[in-house]
Design a protein around this ligand. Sequence first.
Ligand SMILES: [Cu+2]
Length: 125
Amino acid sequence: MLYRKNILTIAALCAAIMLAPRMASAHAFPKRENPAAGATLNSPPSQVTIDFDAPIEKLFAKLTVLDSSGRNLASEPVVGDAGKRLSAALPLLKPGDYKVAWSVVCRDSHRTEGSYQFTVSGSPH
Ligand SMILES: [Cu+2]
């Protein structure tokens, strides 16, 4: 009886761990984005930088910055800061909305991905 109760407790614990992947394993999630998600900038950024909470694999790291027509303007992404920083240079961006999309694989081979927007303010020419 006691044994069975312990099994159930362990099962509940496992479920809790699986529901909290951020805490339970080393998946790479963004800690900080620059420009920040949802930011409106008065001057266009020269690059996009995402800092992750765990090292990522350089070979599988993707970062695109799409303009309103869906064209990628970012240069080939670079991984730095001991594998925790993903960045890509940008040309001079016109005023408008931009979508940053990223996809990375952490060292234990789990993929995480996400996207967010930022805006360069000013009247479009
Ligand atoms: Cu992982």
